[in-house]
Design a protein around this ligand. Structure first.
Ligand code: SF4
Ligand code: SF4
Length: 133
């Protein structure tokens, strides 16, 4: 059973715990609407290191799955965040694939693409086109 009244009640409670981190994120708003959650019970988190991050760790996992390990969780409690490990200001192991940006459910990982360069996590990569043969 994945859509019983009890399951929907638990989903709504879990959503209430996530909403303070990203109250305006479209993905969360969509789920909130589907569950009839009109207003957050808890106050929004102020001053988060990465605004709208719900600490789902999908970015860390996808980066690890591709073998780059450029991201990790850092800190504990109110100070927990995702980003480059060891206090690095830029993700030195990042290859600029953009997978973390694509998978982030709240769209809080900034990726800037100019067509010839791509910037993400404090790094800027040159985008070179290759031709077959
Ligand atoms: S863009 Fe960088 S940090 Fe993000 S998944 Fe790719 S290698 Fe990892
Ligand atoms: S995928 Fe997005 S919301 Fe989830 S931990 Fe990473 S940055 Fe935060």
């Amino acid at each position: 059973m994945t859509d019983s009244p009890l399951i929907r009640k638990h989903r709504a409670m879990n959503l209430q715990l996530l909403l303070p981190y990203a109250p305006e994120a479209p993905a969360l708003r969509e789920i909130a609407d589907s569950l009839g959650v009109m207003s957050p019970v808890f106050v929004p988190v102020a001053g988060a290191p990465l605004p709208d991050c719900i600490l789902c760790e999908l970015c860390v996992r996808v980066c690890s799955a591709f073998g780059h390990n450029a991201l990790s969780t850092i800190g504990r409690g109110d100070h927990e965040r995702v980003g480059p490990p060891f206090g690095e200001t830029a993700a030195m192991a990042c290859v600029g694939c953009g997978s973390c940006h694509e998978i982030c459910p709240t769209g809080c990982i900034t990726l800037e693409d100019t067509g010839t360069t791509r910037s993400i996590w404090g790094r800027t990569f040159s985008r070179r086109l290759t031709t077959a043969g």
